[in-house]
Write a protein that binds this ligand. Structure first.
Ligand code: ADP
Length: 243
């Protein structure tokens, strides 16, 4: 998309009509796939992501197995049709980097020491990209881990904040990400109020950083509420066991 003349209009509305502190419409669903042990679909506006988890299962190849904990493997990948211009096949440098930071964020909440010599494999497929794919991917991956029954200290809920036309905004879409002045993805384990991923692309003053973080926390608590709702929806409808 071309750069719009303004990213915020005279009424304070953003390119998609949102106010500065509004999230995009969000959808979440758990257990959408049959072949994996856990899965989730998460949508933030035009950003659509599927996460699937296998494990814990015996690590393969076996020489990679760790004696005291499971290995967490993580692959973030964008499908070729997720962006307008065909994305190259295979893993780009960006996808390798994002796989690493997402893995590190998930490792902080997952009880890997409960599964020595095992591996847990997390796959994140971006079906459509419209800004915030790493944060949507993390949000989906933690739901898929929970769906697979992997013990975790907490879920991870994530959203980006940024600066566009000099104003702080929550949950950037692609145009805001591309043409704004700053983009700061934040992921949290909300129960502990702890930050498990924070990146900053662009410039913010210390005051903007503090305000941006508070805005991200506000978004995270709403995302966390929706995650728990999605989990309850699946697990509260488990049929009673036959006697
Ligand atoms: P995030 O998706 O986490 O915000 P980036 O800031 O790197 O990560 O990317 C911002 C947005 O730019 C993506 O969500 C996507 O809409 C777009 N984008 C990323 N990679 C490509 C690509 N190879 N081709 C076209 N658009 C892309």
């Amino acid at each position: 998309m071309e750069k719009p003349e303004r990213l915020i209009d005279e009424n304070g509305r953003r390119v998609d009509g949102r106010r500065f502190d509004e999230l995009r419409p969000i959808k979440m669903e758990i257990g959408i796939l049959d072949k994996s042990d856990g899965s989730a679909y998460v949508e933030f506006g035009g950003t659509k992501v599927i996460a699937a988890v296998f494990g814990p299962r015996e690590a393969h190849p076996r020489h990679l197995a760790l004696p005291d904990r499971a290995i967490l493997n993580c692959r973030y990948h964008m499908t070729s049709f997720s962006v307008e211009e065909r994305k190259p096949l295979g893993m780009t440098r960006r996808e390798v980097e994002l796989s690493k930071v997402i893995r590190e964020a998930l490792e902080t909440v997952t009880f890997l020491e409960e599964f020595p010599r095992a591996s847990i494999d997390v796959y994140i497929e971006v079906i459509q990209a419209d800004g915030g794919t790493r944060t949507t991917g993390l949000t989906a991956a933690s739901l898929a881990l929970a769906d697979a029954g992997i013990p975790m200290a907490d879920l991870v809920a994530a959203v980006a904040v940024g600066k566009v036309d000099g104003q702080l905004v929550l949950d950037l879409c692609d145009v805001e990400d591309k043409y704004g002045e700053a983009d700061m993805p934040v992921a949290m384990a909300p129960r502990f109020n702890s930050i498990v991923l924070l990146q900053l692309n662009g410039r913010m003053t210390p005051e903007e950083f503090r305000k941006g973080l508070a805005l991200a926390q506000k978004g995270v608590s709403e995302i966390y509420r929706l995650q728990r709702e999605a989990l309850k929806k699946k697990f509260s409808s488990v049929p009673p066991m036959e006697s």
